[in-house]
Write a protein that binds this ligand. Structure first.
Ligand code: ST9
Ligand code: ZN
Ligand code: ZN
Length: 327
């Protein structure tokens, strides 16, 4: 039951009243900057820009193809793995697929998948409030990357204690990833992607390192757009009372994750989009392929009538492609 009285909104979080809570929205706060993150993100972005210059001027074609492939694999590790499988349980995956996804997710390095899931469950439970780790009511920069440069809001930590993570903590594949995070992420995300082009086809170390960072930083920004742009600019065919929107450009870069108004209304749908949006939804095609060979199963969807009825009740009158619906 959503909270509806002021009294309920002000309740202190406890297990008993957890379901009744919402958090305050963008209350004034003092930011505590984490300088190490500022430094690493700053260096990463400058190095990625240099990598882009090298990609146009010095890189071998094989390297360009290699890093583009890594971009797609890493993105699917986030979208099909951390997001649709582990956070939302929108489908189930057999052990070999879980292991593949865990490797692809490690290539993306967006913290451990365990921490990612915890933040993302908070994002859905407390969307656009101070208990949402990337609260979009604080603007584009904060929801895009600013939230990773400062200490988290106390509301996130306080209310986060009551988010159910039992399924995630019991998952041996995710526990392994977190336990060996530093050497594992270091090798899979940075070391191997730099050394493979150097030793396998003779790319220069300078080009390989900077393009490795270009690939990583591009993956990060494509994901961040879901939290920023897809909470700010676009249409709301399913629920106009929330901030999440449909944004096709984000869907293109984030392999199908920009149909965000739909996703916030029906988070358990493994497609994160209404049928027909498969054109910009490589992640769905990936899951469908593994469903065909039996490694993905119990794929959850929402019946067309339920989607239409919800759109008619709470949508803004646009269709899934952003056009005004004919009456
Ligand atoms: C990166 C970004 O990792 C990853 C996120 C990407 C965004 C995903 C969004 C997806 C959007 C939508 C879906 C689409 C799908 C994908 C599309 C794909 C295209 N609940 O965090 P700490 C508590 S960037 C409950 O250190 P600080 C907890 O007790 C890559 N409790 O807070 C915790 O202790 P422990 C590199 C929570 O000190 C304690 O607080 N990564 C929660 O304020 C301390 O936690 C980096 O650079 C919660 N949600 O620091 C690292 N959160 O963990 C970036 C916290 O022991 N992060 N607690 O249980 C950091 O350095 C820090 O987290 C910080 C905050 C500085 C931001
Ligand atoms: Zn969202
Ligand atoms: Zn989600």
């Amino acid at each position: 039951m959503p909270p509806n009285t002021t009294e309920e909104r002000c309740l202190e979080p406890t297990e008993a009243n957890f379901e009744k809570l919402i958090a305050p929205q963008a209350a004034p706060r003092k930011f505590q900057i984490v300088y190490w993150n500022l430094l690493t993100f700053g260096y990463g972005h400058i190095a990625a820009l240099y990598g882009l210059y090298l990609a146009f001027t010095q890189a071998m074609w094989t390297s360009i193809f290699f890093y583009c492939t890594l971009f797609v694999l890493a993105m699917i590790g986030v979208t099909a793995g951390a997001h649709r499988l582990w956070t939302h349980r929108a489908y189930k995956a057999k052990m070999p697929l879980q292991i593949i996804l865990m490797f692809m997710n490690t290539l993306a390095f967006q913290n451990s998948a365990i921490d990612w899931v915890r933040d993302h469950r908070m994002h859905h439970r407390y969307s656009d409030t101070d208990a949402d780790p990337h609260n979009a009511t604080r603007g584009f920069f904060y929801s895009h990357v600013g939230w990773l440069l400062v200490k988290k809001h106390e509301e996130v930590k306080k209310r986060g204690k009551f988010i159910d993570m039992s399924d995630i903590y019991a998952n041996p594949v995710l526990r392994f990833q977190k336990k060996y995070a530093i050497p594992f992420i270091g090798s899979v995300c940075f070391l191997l992607p730099t050394l493979v082009p150097v030793f396998c086809w003779g790319e220069s170390l300078k080009v390989a390192w900077h393009m490795c960072l270009l690939r990583y930083i591009t993956n990060l920004n494509a994901t961040f757009l879901v939290n920023s742009a897809a909470h700010l600019w676009g249409t709301k065919p399913y629920d106009q009372s929330i901030k999440a929107v449909q944004n096709k450009i984000v869907s293109f870069f984030a392999l199908g994750e920009g149909f965000h108004n739909y996703h916030h209304v029906f988070p358990w749908d493994y497609r994160t989009a209404e049928l027909g949006n498969n054109r910009l939804n490589l992640t769905t095609l990936f899951i469908d392929f593994f469903a065909k060979i039996g490694w993905a199963y119990d794929l959850k969807t929402v019946p067309e009538e339920a989607i239409e009825s919800r759109a008619n009740k709470t949508g803004d009158g646009t269709d899934l492609w952003g056009k005004i619906k004919a009456v």
